[in-house]
Design a protein around this ligand. Structure first.
Ligand code: KIV
Ligand code: ZN
Length: 534
């Protein structure tokens, strides 16, 4: 990738790598592809689609993104190991524009306790990694992991060596979120003054948010001359997360007078991207979150409202429309057609293929039959569903739950699920409440062993027939899995959320259908709970 002009900052999105590797944020290949398309649509320069050597699924996701997503450069992370670099190169092969991103830790604590390498050995490995990566790819990024806790003079040596070896971007991560804006600016200035050839490469910042300074530190790096920022949608990522893309982009745009740089991001895509990701990974965006939170543009205090009416700029430094928030009073209903739906989807900032629109329209009609008015929030909720996931090993055929209050009453649930082979499995369970009973019954029917970690429900729109959104996180085989469901019946929304988890786990692990629904099961051994559904 050629170096940007001095007034242009490259946006390197790592939602699908650093973001996805944090607990509860894992995504299927199809979901990663949807996020990647959204990022491309928004004008992100580089998409880090994964860490190819981490797992076969990571490799597959990078390959898929590389094959299907046009526009941005597609990147894979790799350690400075031959096998990692070869895997990354393989995953990136279909990409029109590709980047190989190699890293090694450089700080004394990592060198000594994690790698067991001397400073010279670290330099040697870094150089060898970059040289090998250059054999596969002209665009090579090098990251000095834990750069901000690395001795400044040693960092200068490492960065000088990798530039000589062929790195085209040098990244200085604040891996543990420890640094301050002043330190970050000083580190960039040091590299710019001491590293030979630094003007020929792009300096990048990759900041974690442990002390809440990831965005401030990234901006300080840009102010000092960095021309790439690594960030994630909603700031997801390891521990407290990464620099939030929407925040750093809007800071650079709103304070262009101060920073004097621009990005290629179409900022109207920020809010839709945030909502899409939140729905996919099953996490709420806090109401007071900068740029994309529900309250980010709300003005409640009387004195503020008065000022806003007189002149919006009294209290508003950005317009909600600039970040893709369109408050509309227009509602759709059961008589609205495909065209009206497509138009509304476009106005909300989403892009869908014809096939996705068809699937969406079916879900929309289904919802409109049960709900008088379909609001923007309902459409966003539908858009965020598992569209495109046709490979659903399990389908929920029916559910019945009872709640209870009073001595001796026990909440219960009965479910029927259809497996991939078309057979129906019926199960029942009791629990602390109807949802507890429901999840237990569904888990029994699908032979999944789970521990519920969290459950959140909320109303996505207004009125007595508002849709409820349920987000569940469950631990299955030691891995956190999130699922989301939306329905006018909140218990059904919980069932959908859990079904999403069950289906994802089933797809990941191969069929988890119990023996009695496997085609190989002999009729004589079939469980009485399983019945042919025709
Ligand atoms: O935080 C970090 O140091 C990283 C590197 C691998 C870039 O994510
Ligand atoms: Zn990181």
């Amino acid at each position: 990738m050629s170096a940007p002009g001095q007034d242009r900052v490259l946006i390197f999105d790592t939602t699908l790598r650093d973001g996805e590797q944090s607990p509860g944020c894992s995504m299927t290949v199809a979901q990663k592809l949807r996020v990647a398309r959204t990022l491309a649509e928004m004008g992100v320069d580089i998409i880090e689609a994964g860490f190819a050597a981490a797992s076969p699924r990571d490799l597959e996701a990078i390959e898929e993104v590389a094959r299907a997503v046009e526009g941005p450069t597609i990147c894979s992370l790799a350690r400075c190991h031959e096998a990692d670099i070869a895997q990354a190169a393989r995953a990136l092969a279909p990409a029109r524009k590709k980047r190989l991103h190699v890293f090694i830790a450089t700080s004394p604590i990592h060198r000594e306790h994690k790698l067991g390498l001397s400073p010279d050995q670290v330099v040697e490995r870094a150089v060898a990694g970059v040289r090998l990566a250059r054999e596969f790819c002209r665009d090579v990024e090098f990251s000095a992991e834990d750069a901000m806790r690395t001795e400044p003079a040693f960092l200068v040596d490492v960065i000088s060596a990798v530039i000589e070896a062929g790195a085209t971007t040098v990244n200085i991560p604040d891996t543990v979120g420890y640094t301050t804006p002043a330190e970050m600016a000083a580190r960039v200035a040091l590299l710019r003054s001491r590293v030979p050839g630094i003007d020929q490469v792009v300096i990048s910042a990759h900041c974690h948010d442990d002390l809440g300074m990831a965005v401030a530190n990234s901006l300080a790096a840009v102010h000092a001359g960095a021309r790439q920022v690594e960030c994630t949608i909603n700031g997801i990522g390891e521990r407290a997360g990464n620099c939030a893309l929407e925040e750093v982009v809007m800071a650079l745009k709103t304070r262009a007078d101060h920073f004097g740089v621009e990005t290629a991001i179409d900022t109207r895509g920020l809010y839709p991207a945030s909502r899409q990701l939140a729905a996919i990974i099953g996490s709420f965006v806090p109401a007071n979150k900068a740029i994309v939170g529900d309250n980010a543009f709300a003005h409640e205090a009387g004195i503020h409202q008065h000022g806003m009416l007189a002149n919006r700029e009294t209290y508003e430094i950005m317009r909600p429309e600039e970040v893709g928030i369109h408050r509309s009073t227009l509602v759709l209903g059961k008589h609205s057609g495909r065209h009206a739906l497509a138009e509304r989807v476009g106005q909300l900032g989403f892009t869908v293929t014809d096939v996705e629109l068809e699937q969406l329209f079916v879900r929309f009609k289904h919802l409109a039959d049960r709900k008088r008015q379909v609001f923007d929030a309902d459409i966003e909720a539908l858009l965020a569903g598992e569209a495109g996931e046709t490979d659903m090993p399990w389908r929920l055929q029916s559910l019945h739950t009872t709640s209870s209050l009073g001595e001796g009453q026990i909440p219960s649930a009965a479910v029927a699920l259809m497996g991939a082979d078309g057979r129906s499995v019926r199960e029942a369970a009791t629990g602390d409440g109807p949802v507890d009973a429901l999840l237990k019954a569904m888990a029994r029917a699908t032979a999944i062993d789970f521990e519920l970690v969290s459950m959140r429900v909320r109303s996505v729109s207004e009125g007595e027939d508002a849709q409820g959104e349920a987000e569940l996180t469950a631990r299955i085989d030691g891995v956190l899995q999130a699922g989301r469901g939306v329905d006018t019946d909140i218990v059904a929304a919980c069932a959908q959320a859990f079904l999403e988890i069950i289906n994802r786990v089933s797809r990941q692990q191969g069929s988890r259908a119990p023996a009695w629904v496997q085609p190989a099961a002999t009729p004589g051994h079939a469980s009485p709970r399983a019945s042919a559904s025709g």
